[in-house]
Design a protein around this ligand. Structure first.
Ligand SMILES: NC(=O)c1ccc[n+]([C@@H]2O[C@H](COP(=O)([O-])OP(=O)(O)OC[C@H]3O[C@@H](n4cnc5c(N)ncnc54)[C@H](OP(=O)(O)O)[C@@H]3O)[C@@H](O)[C@H]2O)c1
Length: 325
């Protein structure tokens, strides 16, 4: 099977590389995978995207790329929309037209965070900033591309999944690494306590999404096209995440000046940023659960039910072992 992965140098792109190279996938050798980074394919170039798709002819397109600079997006809207909306639209059009599967990722930032409780996939989107708006435009363009071609060519076996996730951490810059870096030198830190969500490891997200679209032996499988919320079990605040990260780092032997007790909880209003963030980013994963339950796949359900804090502990331990920098 031919797989084209966009965004190979990002946190999720690297996680896909690891997951697809994993010998547990069984027939990794039978997978013909091409990984593309910015130097192979600049996603602001429609021609470059078209060329890559036409030349390689993928049966599965994984878009792990995105413009993710949430605050910078406020002044770089054109760039954010080019990468987060137009580029996935072109990928989706290709997949819809040529019967490929398209795997794409979106964000909790498509919501305004006003809902009490967990967001469902079809809840009203109302992004607070340009990044969220550009990701929402990507979601809409993908759905439109598939519905359009499906109407023209009934019977084409194209399908897509958009996995909405939150607070991603992996091999790259992220909130946890920032906190650990600051914790080396600072004796005190203020962190927002009234924004709630779920940290998702890129490694976990790559595994969950591959489980949705592929059999463990590597062949594509059918699933209902659409948006799926994909986050681990539980919930926390930025303050809760920072406290756990510092605690886990100390337990792993890191030399930090900061202790969890010295992390002061503050309301978001005391830490203004160019882009507003949702106060509530919690998303229900019932829809994804139902797909895995329907398949009777208990091991995949266990993966989906993994608590966020277990994964953060393991991650922090590995970061400390690799040396904090
Ligand atoms: N990070 C989060 O907290 C978070 C939260 C919710 C949802 N998500 C979503 O999860 C997905 C994965 O995020 P991530 O954390 O892995 O992002 P990331 O680490 O920022 O990686 C994004 C990748 O996209 C590439 N890219 C950006 N602009 C490009 C362009 N013009 N041409 C080619 N490549 C370009 C970047 O290339 P360079 O390496 O060359 O810069 C980078 O490798 C995204 O869809 C994101 O919206 C992320």
């Amino acid at each position: 099977m031919k797989i084209l992965v966009f965004g190979k140098d990002g946190q999720l792109g690297k996680a896909f590389h690891a997951a697809l190279s994993d010998c547990n996938l069984g027939l990794a050798k039978q997978l013909n995978i091409q990984y593309l980074g910015r130097s192979q394919c600049d996603l602001t170039s429609e021609q470059a995207i078209a060329n890559m798709l036409d030349q390689f002819g993928p049966e599965l397109i994984i878009n792990a790329s995105a413009y993710t600079a949430v605050d910078k997006a406020e002044t770089e809207a054109d760039l954010a929309f080019a990468v987060n909306a137009r580029a996935p639209e072109l990928m989706a059009r290709y997949a819809a037209q040529y019967g490929a599967t398209f795997l794409h990722f979106s964000t909790d930032y498509v919501f305004d965070g006003e809902k009490y409780g967990f967001y469902l996939e079809n809840d009203l989107r109302n992004p607070l900033g340009v990044y969220g708006k550009s990701k929402m435009a990507g979601e809409e363009a993908i759905a439109k591309a598939f519905s359009k071609v499906a109407n023209q060519l009934p019977g084409v076996g194209s399908q897509y999944a958009i996995l909405r996730t939150s607070w991603v951490y992996g091999d790259g810059g992220n909130f946890i690494r920032t906190i650990l870096r600051l914790a080396k030198d600072r004796e005190e830190l203020k962190v927002i306590e009234d924004q709630y969500g779920v940290p998702a490891s890129a490694q976990w997200l790559a595994q969950v999404s591959l489980n949705l679209v592929m059999y463990s032996h590597g062949a594509l499988r059918e699933f209902p096209s659409g948006i799926y919320h994909a986050v681990p079990a539980g919930e926390t605040s930025w303050h809760g995440l920072a406290s756990l990260a510092v605690q886990a780092a100390l337990e792993a032997g890191a030399a930090l000046k900061l202790t969890p007790k010295a992390i002061k909880p503050i309301p978001a209003i005391e830490y203004p940023l160019p882009a507003s963030r949702p106060m509530n980013s919690r998303m229900s994963t019932d829809k994804l659960h139902q797909v895995f339950e329907g398949r009777g796949d208990m091991s995949k359900l266990r993966l989906l039910n993994k608590p966020w804090d277990e994964a953060v502990r393991v991650y922090v331990h590995n970061v400390v072992q690799d040396g904090l920098n």
